[in-house]
Design a protein around this ligand. Structure first.
Ligand code: COI
Length: 354
């Protein structure tokens, strides 16, 4: 039975929730989904009435453009629940703006801000009991848009589907990681789609990442087209601490403008730490690792949060990063997650009450 709950949205609830059968904490990242999903279709040049309905398979024509030309964009967000049972999001306006910037780059229609927030908040209120609260757990939220119109003419689709699905998830990385610096493959090109959260950016990393895993590493640090400068790690932006200065690559058309990245920069500056957003060469990092001034390397992203990197490999040489006592990565992670989970004062104004 469908009941109109909000002016613009119909909600059809599941008859039997899967929640009772689910252990919420410690779940493998992104492998279990909540009872409901938000869905809104675009046709005849406009977005149709959005709906929330039971999470289930989609019906799509085999000719839908997403299957052939990869017209698909997504976001990653997290919801937290505090001890008072209040739901919180972290800087959701950034994700809302970014999915539209990605959509524009992929010749897809922008999704209206009001619908994004109405859909997201209504879905989260409905799935409130699915939000895990143990340390390192959260409700991972995946808004995405696909070209769902039929026809394999190589041109933008005329129909799209925007959705939000939610997954109670444990840590993305359960331990510190070891990385390989890319020497042959590239994640992004000048003038390409590297700055967009386009699905293909991620799929294209799977093969080189598999090779890195076969060599005993977890991830790749992608480099620029000359393979001389360090850019990002694909699932996270990347930071280096040389002596006590924090360095990260500037965002560009090849690098994702990460929400966690910009939050870490603000936190570090607020802690009185010198931050440099500049190009950083492999040469500089190798020298710093050799002379002991490379004190830390870590990644930052919504899924990865702040993940320490203990080793990097380049051209077959493995460099170990020495373990310092007061790790910036540890300090930043605590400050960040305390704000996200409403455990500390939000001096930056990042928390968003649902
Ligand atoms: C996120 O951090 O939310 C991302 O979108 C990265 C993803 C590939 C897990």
């Amino acid at each position: 039975m469908e009941t109109a709950i909000l002016s613009t949205m119909k909600i059809k609830k599941v008859q039997i929730s899967n929640l009772d059968k689910t252990t919420l904490n410690g779940r493998k990242f992104g492998s279990t989904f909540t009872d409901h999903m938000f869905i809104c279709k675009y046709k005849n040049g406009k977005w149709q009435k959005p709906r929330i309905k039971p999470y289930k398979d989609l019906k799509l024509a085999p000719s839908a453009r997403v299957f052939h030309y990869g017209q698909a964009v997504f976001e990653g967000m997290k919801a937290y629940k505090d001890t008072e049972d209040q739901i919180w999001l972290f800087r959701p306006e950034e994700n809302q703006k970014r999915i539209n910037a990605s959509a524009k780059r992929m010749a897809m229609p922008v999704f209206p801000k009001e619908l994004f927030f109405e859909g997201l908040e209504t879905l989260l209120r409905l799935e409130k009991d699915w939000i895990p609260t143990a340390e390192g757990n959260s409700l991972y939220i995946r808004p995405f848009m696909i070209a769902s119109g039929n026809g394999i003419f190589a041109a933008p689709s005329e129909e799209y589907t925007f959705m939000i699905i939610c997954s109670p998830s444990g840590k993305y990385y359960s331990k510190d990681v070891e990385v390989v610096i890319a020497e042959r493959f590239s994640r992004a090109a000048n003038g390409g789609v590297g700055a967009a959260k386009a699905a293909g950016n991620y799929g294209a990393q799977f093969y080189p990442t598999q090779l890195a895993i076969e060599q005993g590493y977890d991830q790749i640090i992608w480099t620029d087209s000359t393979h001389k400068f360090l850019e990002e790690a694909g699932t996270m932006n990347i930071f280096f601490r040389i002596n006590d200065t924090l360095i990260t690559a500037p965002t560009s058309e090849r690098i994702l403008d990460g929400v966690t990245r910009k939050s870490i920069i603000a936190i570090a500056e607020n802690e009185g730490i010198k931050v440099e957003e500049r190009r950083i060469s492999i040469d500089e990092i190798e020298k710093a690792a050799t002379n002991g001034t490379l004190k830390e390397m870590f990644g930052a992203g919504t899924a990865a949060v702040v993940t320490a990197i203990t080793h990097f490999s380049h051209k077959g040489i493995d460099y170990k990063i020495s373990d310092v006592a007061d790790r910036y990565s540890k300090r930043f992670k605590k400050i960040l997650t305390d704000i996200q989970q409403n455990k500390s004062e939000d001096i930056f104004g990042w928390r968003y009450k649902v």
